[in-house]
Design a protein around this ligand. Sequence first.
Ligand SMILES: *[C@@H]1O[C@H](CO)[C@@H](O)[C@H](O)[C@H]1NC(C)=O
Ligand SMILES: *[C@@H]1O[C@H](CO)[C@@H](O)[C@H](O)[C@H]1NC(C)=O
Ligand SMILES: *[C@@H]1O[C@H](CO)[C@@H](O)[C@H](O)[C@H]1NC(C)=O
Length: 813
Amino acid sequence: MIISKVMAQFVTLLIFLLLIFRYSIAADTLIPNQLLRDGQTLVSAKETFALGFFSPGRSKNRYVGIWYNKLPGGQTTTVVWVANRSSPLSGTNGSLELNGNGTLTINSMVFLPMSSVTLDNPVALLLDDGNFVIREANSSEFAWQSFDYPTDTLLSGMKLGWDLRTGLNRNLTSWRSKDDPSPGSYVLSIDLEGISQANLWSGSTKKWRSGPWTDGVKFSNLEEMPLPYNLRFGFVDNKDEVYYMYNTTGTKLVCRMLLDQSGMTKHFVWIESTGMWNINLFMNYPVNQCQEYSRCGSYGVCAIDVWPICRCLQGFKPKSPQEWPIMDVSFSCERLTALDCKNRSDGFMTVTLASLPETSNAILYPNISQNECRGRCLKNCMCTGYATANISGAGNGCIIWVTELIDLRMSSHPTQDIFVRLAAADLAPMSNKSSKKNQFKSVVLIIVFSMVALIIPLIYSSWGKKKMIHKDIRGNGEFELAQLQWSTLMEATYNFAKTNILGKGGFGLVYKGKLADGHEIAIKRLSKNSTQGIDEFENEVTFIAKLQHRNLVRLLGYCIKGDEKILVYEYMPNGSLDAFLFDNEKKDHLDWQTRFHIIEGIARGLLYLHQDSRLRIIHRDLKASNILLNIEMNPKISDFGLARNFGDHETMIRTRKVIGTYGYMALEYALDGVFSMKSDVFSFGVLILEIISGQRNRVFLSNPHLYLLGKAWRLCNDGKVLDLLDPLIRNSFSATQVMRCINIGLLCVQEKLEDRPIMSSVVIMLAANDDAPLLQPKELGFKAIFSTKHDAASNQNELHSFNDITITEQTCR
Ligand SMILES: *[C@@H]1O[C@H](CO)[C@@H](O)[C@H](O)[C@H]1NC(C)=O
Ligand SMILES: *[C@@H]1O[C@H](CO)[C@@H](O)[C@H](O)[C@H]1NC(C)=O
Ligand SMILES: *[C@@H]1O[C@H](CO)[C@@H](O)[C@H](O)[C@H]1NC(C)=O
């Protein structure tokens, strides 16, 4: 009796234990012949990371991976390693096993290169840094570690690069899509050719390169190591190992570096207080065109802030004259005069660039003087140039190039001197060395100034005599914004015919024009009697000429003749967004995919203005009529007449003259004249809601139901957010995407500046998985807005009280 009772209890206990055991292995260790089944996880000692089976995104496939254990959504959004990325399982009956000899198998299949050494008493352990390791139970040396087989993520302490002793090459490979971790288009690797550097590859095409690690602090092609945090970055280059690594030890930072599906490498830092990842780009590819590998070909220099962005070094000419304005598509340069090695008559021109040209074919001589370096270059008939630089592993080295110089880049603060070999004939105009350097600099300065100064015809005409200014619109790669002839523009617009008028821009009429060769252009003509206009014209020229981004409208050239001041832009066949969005017939063309694409594009353009361009710019007049659409419905932000740039330390500017557009204006700007990036973010939020609803946000009407923000908030609060959707797209949309966009829109229009996200967060939120967590917007400040009467800019614009909106809950679901 007693025995059977004890037995029964024992069996119950056993079943209970088995049940617990089935759903979690609450340990960090796997021992031989113990199965980790689908549904169970290994958790590292401090519970930072977990390892187990998961399905990414919408996929139903099962993978074994490692993710952040404690962060919200960890399993779905922050997988940092995948074991079987190319060989998923289809059901949930998978298991991971450590075999007695120390190999790991999933459903009895070995899934990664494992050590060929057989272990006697192996254990597999998930460590708190995210490393999954196999070792002898009584040893601290790893026989195998997941850190040696990175997927798309580099964690603190992981090495990106080579162990030359074993031939192990660790690189990052993007996922194919959010739902598919199999190897995607991009690989970030450390390559050993010439002088070691990091390269981004898409198949066999090099997309970007980091340049060598110089001065012991950074890759030469990065403006600066991007993180404002206390991280340590390092590059090791010796006979045993070549790798890049960053380190968070000694800090509490949770940080990961990710190569995403679009080829962007980003550093993510977890911000506890916001519950979100803060993101910094590791490189500017593909945001900045000049970062595209060899964008301007051999001996072509890329400068992001002038147009065209490519031109030839002194002593070189474009290889094939190309049609304006597409001339910079595949640009390349060749020598004016061939080198003459035998006669020893060649010399050098100094140019100061942002970074070293491509070094994969360059030769590094450690510790020799600049003079010696020059001598070696002259003696070598293949040598095309030399430079000195403090390269990792080589000390103060000299670099000699024996191939064409490629991937040359100019910046606002160039620091790297390159000595380019030229034939005597091409050096002749500049006899001594220092004036050569200054001359190159002055050429660059002239470009920059010529754009600022083209509103001052006097200065312009004195420069016009110099050879630098090029009269023909078919520029040949010279150094400035194209100047167009008045007669060309008259011809292109049939003498500024009324029928060619496209609309009215910030400071004058905009005409459509067609050049003799068929290229269509948009021509903005400053009204002669506009005084405001001159400021705005100047503003437009100063800013937009220096900006280059696929989501900003592009300035192609200008013309000044007498009182006439004209700017010429790329022509946007689809006109402005408002003409589509608020037109009952045309908006039929805007399905949800297109609308989402437009939202994303505007976000990227604005991010570039705020954070990524050299000037940091607040647009101040972002609205649907200032978003132009090209033939593919790609959005481009236009009209920089009111834009302001702000210094690095300046975050807010106060103005007495509140100009802009009501309906898009943030409260603090409308009421107090304070504007900042966050007031642009507000306008962007309004735009999102307009794009989704197909309705204008009207503020100053007495009918509160027309106030779009109020309506959005109310619907969101009532859990009926999809009612905001334009009825025309009710059968073409993704509900989760729409809801996310509305959520993001409402975050952007929050009353407090500090609650609104910055644009980089917006871009990330837009790109994230559907189920990635979003912050909930706080209650909008309607009461504050609508009980205040004020006359910030115009007395007609009275704010009406708005009492019938009653908000009961603090958050919107
Ligand atoms: C280890 O054991 C597994 C499963 O028994 C086997 O497939 C594998 O070949 C073995 N590896 C070595 C190195 O012996
Ligand atoms: C990336 O690493 C894998 C594994 O070592 C290697 O086969 C592949 O060639 C590497 N790719 C690049 C571009 O270095
Ligand atoms: C090299 O020098 C010789 C003799 O001075 C001259 O005839 C020849 O044209 C020179 N070659 C070049 C390419 O300048």
